[in-house]
Design a protein around this ligand. Structure first.
Ligand SMILES: [Zn+2]
Ligand SMILES: [Zn+2]
Length: 93
């Protein structure tokens, strides 16, 4: 499945965008996006994600968390409840 806004894969947690008005950075949350089902759901980055040395790889040099803080607190298989508070793909650049 691809985002109906930007065409990138919905399960990608590596997409970074920015609010054109404030300059605030955002990153997509794949779990929130899955709950939305058609467009990427973003949260402010890095505040709503955090970083961990356990995730540092060549593609992820800062160890960025893939899921937002709210999704990481969920049990496996539980749908995101934070996606309604997220920012949708089409309002970011
Ligand atoms: Zn998108
Ligand atoms: Zn999330």
């Amino acid at each position: 499945m691809s985002c109906t806004c930007c065409g990138e894969k919905l399960n990608s947690g590596m997409i970074h965008k920015k609010d054109p008005a404030t300059g605030q950075k955002y990153k997509s949350c794949p779990h929130c996006t899955e709950a939305n089902g058609s467009v990427h759901v973003y949260h402010p980055y890095p505040a709503n994600y955090g970083q961990t040395p356990a995730r540092v790889t060549a593609r992820n040099p800062h160890g960025n968390q893939s899921y937002c803080i709210d999704c990481r607190a969920l049990k496996k298989g539980v749908q995101s409840s934070a996606y309604t508070r997220g920012t949708l793909c089409n309002s970011l650049v």
